[in-house]
Design a protein around this ligand. Structure first.
Ligand code: GTP
Ligand code: MG
Length: 138
């Protein structure tokens, strides 16, 4: 069975949407195996977002992710990586399909970076890498 790292980003925590995100993922049938509320650090985000280093949205993304606590979770289940990406919807919350977390709950606020409520790992290798970053004991 597969695992994925899900983050409720600072915008989702601020807006009180953590429970709604967990509800949708659990309702789809995935199991929560670990959960922690915490404020990221620059070092942790540099590791987490290494693939985006140097891109124009990188610095605003890191500042946004440091702007408040995030809820980090590990969910488990058959094809959970794909399943959560499908629940989350497209990266741009304005364009994300209704029925998805981003499509139902997010929008463009006119800020420097897309505030799109959640993160989900995009492949098995990135999931294991990201779980190692956020939950070194797992
Ligand atoms: P995550 O699940 O958060 O990784 O989203 P994603 O996989 O849909 O997007 P990606 O990994 O490509 O980018 C990580 C995050 O950077 C996104 O979730 C956005 O918050 C932000 N981001 C990505 N692309 C852009 C962009 O073109 N412009 C801006 N302003 N922000 C972006
Ligand atoms: Mg990504």
């Amino acid at each position: 069975t597969q695992r994925t790292l899900v983050l409720v980003k600072p915008d989702g925590v601020r807006r009180g949407l953590t429970g709604e995100v967990i509800r949708r993922v659990e309702a789809k049938g995935y199991s929560l195996v670990s959960l922690e509320l915490r404020t990221a650090t620059r070092e942790l985000l540099a590791a987490h977002y290494a693939e985006h280093e140097g891109k124009p949205f990188y610095e605003p993304l890191v500042e946004f992710m440091l702007s408040g606590p995030v809820v980090a979770m590990v969910f488990e289940g058959e094809r959970v990586i794909e399943g959560f990406r499908s629940l989350a919807g497209a990266t741009d919350p304005t364009a994300a399909a209704p029925g998805t977390i981003r499509g139902d709950l997010g929008r463009d606020w006119g800020l420097a970076v897309q505030q799109n409520l959640v993160h989900g790992s995009d492949a098995p290798e990135s999931a294991e890498r990201e779980i190692g970053i956020w939950f070194p004991s797992l």
